[in-house]
Design a protein around this ligand. Sequence first.
Ligand SMILES: Cc1cc2nc3c(=O)[nH]c(=O)nc-3n(C[C@H](O)[C@H](O)[C@H](O)COP(=O)(O)OP(=O)(O)OC[C@H]3O[C@@H](n4cnc5c(N)ncnc54)[C@H](O)[C@@H]3O)c2cc1C
Length: 314
Amino acid sequence: MWDTVMTSRQQQRVILIGAGMAGLMAAAVLADQFADVIIIEKDDLPRTPQVRKGGPQGAHVHTFLGYAVEAMEDFLPGIMAELYAAGAVQIRRNKDIWFDDAAGPTPIRDAGILTPSVTRPLLEHVTRQRVLALLNVSIKEATRFTQFCTDGNNDVSGVKVQTGDNGMEIDSDLVVDCSGRATTLPRWLVDHSYGDAERPELGIGMSYTSGLFRPPPDLAGDTWACLMLAIPPNTRAAYLTPVYGELWLATMYGRGGDMAPREAEGFVEWTKGLAHPIIHEKLNRAEPVSDFRSYKIPKGFWLRYDQMDRFPRG
Ligand SMILES: Cc1cc2nc3c(=O)[nH]c(=O)nc-3n(C[C@H](O)[C@H](O)[C@H](O)COP(=O)(O)OP(=O)(O)OC[C@H]3O[C@@H](n4cnc5c(N)ncnc54)[C@H](O)[C@@H]3O)c2cc1C
């Protein structure tokens, strides 16, 4: 099934739909395999790190696991150094992270794993610059993927895209769908008689509200981060982490409709309901310096393309 992917270089062209982290990292991987790597992105991409329409989750804390650091370094050597130079804060797990779960606060000890604390827009920005420095990779921004093209065998032979009023078709040997939750692939597979992808779902009823704070002078430059889980029946969790060297990004997670307010006073007041008072004590002394943004996820789902009997080539 995957023979179109696995044949060694040099196939001609791969198209990636979406310039989020999946599209960017897939481009870094496939740049070794294909002569021409084109990323199609519907957003006008910002020239500086900013939350954008196609990545609304970017306003909220994104944390790295150790393996992600290794994987990104494998494909884009030196990327961590570039992230730190651009403002990421190095977190020594778990010496710098205060982790509170059902067992209470964990002992602070050094696990020997270094991960960057970075906003999602800065991560994407630095990764995008690196990927675009690869000579065979390009991004068509402000361009919307509209449809897969098919050949006489019902296999995928390219994409139709729309830039403003102009539509065009681009041929390719392989298309990779990195459009995230917006994907239209399941519908396409049904319409082209490949069948339904199984889709196990998990209701999580999660809402997120986030804002940036300036720490009080005695805590400026501190690398302290805190992940506080919701211990049932409590519905509130939080992640506070240093970003840009001088600010804190605070994300509040509420379940079942318990969403933190989108204004500073109510936001800080909401943190009184967390399992432990430490985040409230810190934020109460900090200065809010951004607007507050929210995002809701009623459920998570997993599209099991890997379980399908038939899947199109290309
Ligand atoms: C609040 C929140 C917190 C999270 N925290 C973490 C965390 O701590 N650590 C972690 O690893 N993950 C975290 N995640 C998950 C992480 O954000 C996602 O797994 C990741 O962003 C998915 O990346 P992606 O590139 O697959 O999709 P996306 O980031 O959704 O990117 C899809 C891209 O496709 C583009 N696109 C969509 N449709 C089209 C189209 N028709 N034509 C052209 N372009 C199109 C979009 O504009 C976008 O740029 C979190 C998610 C949320 C919501």
